[in-house]
Each structure stands twice: as C-alpha cells, then as structure tokens.
Design a protein around this ligand. Structure first.
Ligand code: PRP
Ligand code: URA
Length: 209
C-alpha cells in the first residue's frame, strides 16, 4: 500500500488557512498556492538519492553531493494543478512539465480527459502529479492511469486538500503511488465537494464563475 504523508509544516498550514477563507481573492489564492507547492516540493524531494562527485572549490579539491539518478517531471492536472507548477519549478528549475486536461462532469462527477502531453523521455523521469484537490479521487486516478499507459513507472501525487474517501480510492487504484497532502478534511458533500475544503479550486485560482 502506498504511503500518505501529511505535510504539516506550520507555514503550509498557515497559508492553507488563508486560502480556505472565502474572502481570499484570486491574487492571494494564486500566490499562496504557489508558495505551498514550493514548500511541499521540499518534502516530496526529501528522499531523492544523492551521489558524491569530485569538485574544486576556491580552496581545494573535495568530494561533494549532488542529486543522483533520474530527472524530475511535473504533471499538473488542468486547470487547477497549473497553480502549483511554478512553486515546484522554483526548487527544481530543470524539471520538465507535462499537462493532463481533465474535468469532472458536473452530473456524473466522473473525470473526462481532453488533453495529454507528457515529456518523451519516459525511462529517465520521476513524475510528480500535482492537483490542489483530491475529492472522489477520480481525476487523480484517471490522470495516473493515462500516465502509466504511456510507460511511466515512478509517480508521486502531490495535493493540497483531500478527504479519506478520495485518498483510499487512489491508494486502491494505484498502490505504488505515494501521496503528499497538506490536509485531510472530513468528508465530501452531496455535490462531491470537500468539506470544509476551499470550494472550487479552479474557479478560485482563475477567477471564473
Ligand atoms: C477539480 C480539481 C481536481 C478535481 C478533484 O477539477 O482540480 O482535478 O476537481 O475532484 P475528484 O477528486 O472528485 O476528481 P475540476 O474538475 O473542477 O476542473 P478544473 O480544475 O478545470 O476547474
Ligand atoms: N474540486 C474542487 O475544486 N473542489 C472540491 O472540493 C472538489 C472537487
């Protein structure tokens, strides 16, 4: 079974509270989401393997550590995942960025795919899929399925707010995918929105509706 890590760093929790507030406007919402994504990326990348290389400082030659192994890719689930990309890129500027377009059908609440473009070098990349909301889990599950179908094997999911139902669904569908999340809320309401949640992340991020 995959690991679920709640990123409970005080800065993350503080910024998330500001975002949840109904009075938080688009500009602040966007900025806070980017900042939280950066802080969470610090945790997600904590266990990247290191290797020693030899370098020369102005003083002497020495061995020093750099990140070893595969390179990273970031895959936002459109639209709201876009708001997390720059935060991750601030820490990992060389990461490539793929995109998956999905929306939840308002009647069935099931994800509908409309776009998918991923980095080509499948074998070389560890992917971080980013989406602020993990509600039923349908969108994340579908996105990860599309990614796996294209050959990617090393995938981590990074979300802001989830609920037990959605997390369990992702764990069941993709037991190999570890999840990083800032908060696990109480439940879903009858419209499959997270309670208390923060409302519709895409609309709040882009000022639509
Ligand atoms: C939101 C959110 C997730 C999805 C979560 O996107 O950004 O992708 O809902 O819900 P789920 O876990 O039940 O699938 P939405 O479908 O509203 O699209 P948008 O980002 O384009 O607004
Ligand atoms: N999508 C959102 O944007 N918010 C929710 O609470 C659930 C799905």
């Amino acid at each position: 079974m995959s690991k679920v890590t709640v990123v409970d760093h005080p800065l993350v929790q503080h910024k998330l509270t500001l975002m949840r507030d109904i009075n938080c406007g688009t500009k602040d919402f966007r900025q806070l989401l980017e900042e939280i994504a950066m802080l969470m990326a610090y945790e997600v990348t904590r266990e990247l393997p290191l290797e020693e290389i030899e370098i020369e400082t102005p003083i002497t030659k020495c061995k020093s550590k750099i990140i070893a192994g595969k390179k990273l890719g970031i895959v936002p689930i459109l639209r709201a995942g876009l708001g997390m990309v720059d935060g991750v890129l601030a820490l990992v500027p060389t990461a490539k960025v793929g995109h998956i377009g999905l929306y939840r059908d308002p009647e069935t609440h099931l994800p509908v795919e409309y776009y998918c473009k991923l980095p080509m070098d499948v074998a070389e990349r560890d992917l971080i899929v980013v989406d602020p909301m993990l509600a039923t889990g349908g969108s994340s599950i579908a996105a990860i399925e599309f990614i796996k179908r294209r050959g990617y094997k090393s995938i981590t999911l990074m979300c802001l707010v989830g609920c037990p139902e959605g997390i369990e669904a992702v764990q069941k569908a993709h037991p190999d995918v570890n999840i990083y999340i800032a908060a696990i809320d109480e439940k879903l309401n009858e419209n499959k929105y997270i309670v208390p949640g923060l409302g519709d992340a895409g609309d709040r991020l882009f000022g639509t509706k």
